[in-house]
Design a protein around this ligand. Structure first.
Ligand code: AMP
Length: 467
């Protein structure tokens, strides 16, 4: 997370390998599989047991790393990180892993999540003389660990964990070990597997799949795993009154082929969301189409449940990089057109149900409805959203805009329908959403109902503004 204007924006992916001669190459592949979790920067840190080696840059994994660069990452252990792009947060200094030298040697860290008390901790540490290299909240971990008086690193880490509040799926690396830690609420996913005798830690199982690793289990909420030449050692570092798995991972963020939060396949949950949406909100129509890619599984579920045929009525261009520059003047303002194009032959004269996973500001939905009618020739457009209205920002690591920009925070479903110009608009109910996951009480749904499970400084004021 950035501590300035992007205070609440951060999405990332992490991966670590211990005990493999090609550790950095495996982490590279793991990050490649986790690219959806962050496209701003990527980095890998490896250890040759004497020293850590770091390579990181702005950009996509496949663009940053080549054979030459990977060769500069020797050793049997490596950790890696993908960082999400945030408005104004495009700062190379915030790329991870963060590497530091301190009294016990070298320490690198890769963090997915968002610390809600980072600002206060940073101020305190700066008052004590700490000099920060970045504006990232993750650097706080390094300083807390370096400042600790505990003789053992694992105790220093636990001491640091006791100070921070928020979400973290964390991989730390020293010359001889890696540590994987998940916050006591388990907000972000983190899983553990093995390949050819080596241990692998990753945000999602899609990274394990690509490198041919088994998926053994999740790192449990509050658990710290220490991996060294002696094998694996686990300890319950912290406990929490409840779990708070992020439900939005199942709605939008995680890859559908991943198994997260106890091995549940994301695709299956999304299909169930679509089925439930069809039960709650039936409408007469000729066609169900998804907003690709995130709306695909829910649209399939909707189609299966309703018996209305599924079609790819919108085609997505997958090759839009961050570097795309809109030409000036007359052909400007492509908007959503640059990403999506309707298939007129399928849509013309049809009553179309279009399924998307969420509405944030409402601008995408509005443009899609217009495009389906004007370019696609659809007779009716019924917008179906496979999650409840997003009314509150996420403080725990999903990139949501401020409350003022979230259309559902200040507008009713009817008003949003009018804004998008759809013939009808319906969302999945929160009750319906929670029928799609086991143990719904273990999930955080703050973005839908404002019940924030991890308290943070200034929360009362924020929530008063919010509801
Ligand atoms: P908006 O135009 O702001 O309403 O954006 C809605 C679209 O953003 C939907 O198609 C979602 O799939 C997508 N979306 C939802 N959450 C996020 C997120 N955290 N980051 C990027 N895109 C998102």
């Amino acid at each position: 997370m950035c501590l300035a204007e992007d205070k609440f924006r951060e999405e990332c992916g992490v991966c670590g390998v211990f005990g493999h001669p090609e550790a950095a190459n495996l982490v590279y592949l793991g990050l490649y599989a986790l690219q959806h979790r962050g496209q701003e920067s990527a980095g890998i840190c490896s250890s040759d047991e004497k020293q850590l080696h770091l390579e990181k840059s702005l950009g996509l994994v496949a663009d940053i790393f080549n054979e030459k660069r990977l060769k500069r990452l020797p050793g049997y252990a490596a950790i890696g990180h993908n960082r999400y792009s945030t408005a104004g947060g495009n700062n190379p200094k915030n790329a991870q892993p963060i590497l530091a030298n301190y009294s016990m040697g070298q320490l690198a860290i890769a963090h997915n999540g968002n610390l809600v008390n980072a600002f206060e901790l940073r101020k305190r540490l700066e008052d004590q003389g700490a000099i920060f290299q970045s504006t990232s909240d993750s650097e706080v971990f390094i300083h807390l660990i370096a400042h600790s008086k505990e003789p053992e690193l694992r105790d220093r880490i636990i001491e640091a964990l006791r100070e921070v509040s928020g979400s973290y799926s964390l991989i730390l690396q020293t010359e001889k070990k890696i540590y994987a830690v998940r916050d006591p609420f388990g907000v972000r996913p983190l899983c553990l597997g093995r390949v050819e005798g080596a241990y692998v830690v990753a945000s999602e199982t899609c990274a394990l799949d690509l490198i041919g690793a088994t998926y053994d289990r999740d790192i449990e909420p509050g658990e710290m795993v220490e991996i060294s030449a002696n094998g694996i050692e686990t300890m319950q570092a912290l406990s929490a009154p409840r779990k708070a798995f992020c439900i939005f991972e199942f709605i939008y963020f995680a890859r559908p082929d991943s198994r997260i939060f106890g091995g549940i396949t994301v695709n299956m949950v999304r299909k169930k969301q679509g089925r439930r949406l069809a039960i709650e909100n039936p409408v007469d129509a000729d066609l169900v189409i998804p907003v690709p890619d995130s709306g695909v599984p829910a649209a399939l579920g909707y189609s299966e449940q309703s018996g209305i045929p599924f079609e790819f009525g919108l085609i997505r261009n997958h090759y839009i990089g961050r570097t795309f520059i809109e030409p000036k003047q007359s052909i400007r303002h492509f908007g959503v057109k640059i990403k999506l194009n309707p298939v007129r032959e399928l849509l013309e004269g049809k009553r179309v149900i279009v399924v998307d996973d969420s509405i944030v500001r409402g601008t995408t939905s509005k443009k899609i409805v217009k495009m389906l009618r004007e370019q696609g020739g659809a007779a009716e457009v019924h917008m179906k959203i496979s999650s409840p209205p997003t009314t509150g920002p996420c403080y725990y690591g999903i990139d949501t805009p401020t409350r003022q920009e979230l259309i559902a925070s200040s507008h009713s479903v009817e008003e949003i329908k009018r804004y998008t110009t759809a013939n009808s608009l319906s969302y999945l109910s929160q009750e319906g959403l929670f029928t799609t996951v086991p143990n719904p009480e273990d999930f955080c749904s703050a973005c839908f109902d404002g019940s924030y499970p991890i308290s943070f400084p200034g929360q009362k004021m924020q929530l008063e503004l919010l509801f």
